[in-house]
Design a binder for this molecule. Structure first.
Ligand SMILES: Nc1nc2c(ncn2[C@@H]2O[C@H](COP(=O)(O)OP(=O)(O)O)[C@@H](O)[C@H]2O)c(=O)[nH]1
Ligand SMILES: [Mg+2]
Length: 404
């Protein structure tokens, strides 16, 4: 009785969602991925990440999957493609409208494709004939209760059995799965190939909790080749470049005249008091660093802090004689790129400073450090952190670039 109206509502929702993507793509054609012809033997690998995880850990999870699929291609699996999971309902992106956002909003898809065969979700929809996308198998990855056996980390996986999956498919109501299987998993991502080979005829396979499998080779050449291909959308680059030229008086990708800080607050300030400083502690540390760089008077601060915290920090640093800058987006930029785009602009501006100071264990800061490695800054100017007001302050690990 209730089925028909429910189905119609869902289909309408679906049409609206797909339309949004396609319109965006039309408007901004240069950023769209190329439409790919329907190829029947394509094996599509979908993945998703633990819902509370933020943008920058998700970028790292992308790299694990992209490296796996690129390697599989090299080994003859020419029909494998990685589906880019839309950005949907991210915890930190409070002002975002609840629609799935394609990757071309933030990244240069042609550049991603230069490393791995990736495809946007809206392209997948454009390939299928009906309105419902049916996945063959969804593997719900789960951690083992105890990762260590007799003190050793062993790579292993084991099927738990059929199970429920209720975390959704990026807001799409028209994605279903023929089979959902729960799997305990620990180890490197290439081990997922063993799961994939269980059902060789599957054409659409999804892994949830993609953060559980680890990089095969963290920080080595394949990691950096993939990382280099993760270029931002050119329009975001342009906005950052214009800001740097206008407010920070620099027209190069490697500026010499400003220092940048990633001042992570919010959940970090609330629950990581042993890692992050107070406002007064931040002022003290920045002043100390800047005294060693007498030629630098300009400071760019990227932050998720509240306006009152930002105002206080700015006031105290200005009183010490520094010129403080924050990126304040126009309404047009907020509407077009949202919190995700603004965060990327902040990252680009930080990455081009002569000296960078980040927040301990923030993946937002890690991605800036990588960008600076790619740009060729000296590591001393990159792997620096804000220390807590008291207690130990471990130096950041130096994940330096590997080109060969
Ligand atoms: N614009 C802006 N947003 C930030 C900044 N720091 C954190 N955020 C927001 O908070 C999120 C932090 O989550 P995540 O990417 O997981 O990084 P992490 O939690 O610091 O490891 C980012 O994706 C941004 O949305 C910042 O300096 N500028
Ligand atoms: Mg996070």
């Amino acid at each position: 009785m209730f089925l028909l109206p429910l189905l119609v509502t869902n289909l309408l929702l679906v049409a609206a969602e797909i339309d949004t993507e396609v319109q965006y793509c039309d408007k901004d054609a240069q950023n769209c991925g190329n439409e790919v012809e329907v190829v029947d033997d394509t094996k599509l690998i979908f993945y998703d990440v633990n819902p509370p995880e933020g943008f920058n850990l998700r970028r790292d999870v992308y790299m694990r999957f992209a490296v796996m699929v690129a390697e599989a291609r090299k080994k003859g699996r020419k029909n494998w493609e990685l589906v880019l999971p839309p950005w949907y309902n991210l915890y930190h992106w409070k002002s975002e409208k609840r629609v799935p956002i394609p990757w071309n909003k933030f990244f240069d898809i042609d550049s991603l494709k230069s490393f791995a065969p990736v495809v946007e979700m809206y392209e997948v929809f454009s390939r299928i004939k009906n309105d419902v996308l049916e996945l063959d198998t969804v593997y719900v990855l789960q951690n083992f209760e105890d990762s260590f056996e007799d003190g050793n980390f062993v790579e292993e996986w084991g099927i738990v059995g059929n199970c429920e999956y209720d975390e959704g498919f990026w807001g799409y109501k028209n994605i279903t799965a023929k089979e959902v299987v729960c799997v305990k998993f620990q180890g490197k991502i290439s081990k997922l190939k063993e799961l994939i080979s269980l059902h060789p005829h599957d054409k659409k396979i999804m892994f949830t909790h993609g953060e559980i499998p680890l990089h095969d080779l963290y920080g080595l050449k394949s990691y950096w080749d993939c990382r280099k291909s993760m270029k931002f959308n050119k329009k975001l680059e342009k906005i950052a470049k214009k800001y740097i030229a206008e407010y920070l008086d620099c027209n190069s990708k490697k500026c010499k005249n400003y220092l940048s800080v990633h001042w992570r607050r919010q959940d970090f300030a609330r629950s990581r008091g042993n890692d992050v400083p107070s406002i007064a502690g931040t002022v003290k540390q920045l002043h100390k660093n800047l005294r060693r760089l007498p030629e630098i008077k300009k400071v760019f601060i990227a932050s998720d802090a509240s306006m009152s915290e930002i105002n206080k920090l700015e006031k105290d640093l200005t009183e010490l004689g520094y010129e403080i800058h924050f990126f304040l987006p126009s309404l047009a930029i907020i509407n077009e790129y949202g919190d995700g785009g603004i965060a990327i602009i902040d990252q680009i501006i930080c990455s081009r400073a002569t000296y960078f100071i980040g927040t301990h264990e923030s993946t937002f800061s890690y991605r800036i450090q990588e960008e600076r490695e790619i740009l060729g800054f000296k590591s001393d100017t990159t792997f620096n952190r804000l220390c807590p007001d008291s207690g130990i302050c471990i130096k950041p690990s130096r994940w330096t670039i590997v080109n060969k």
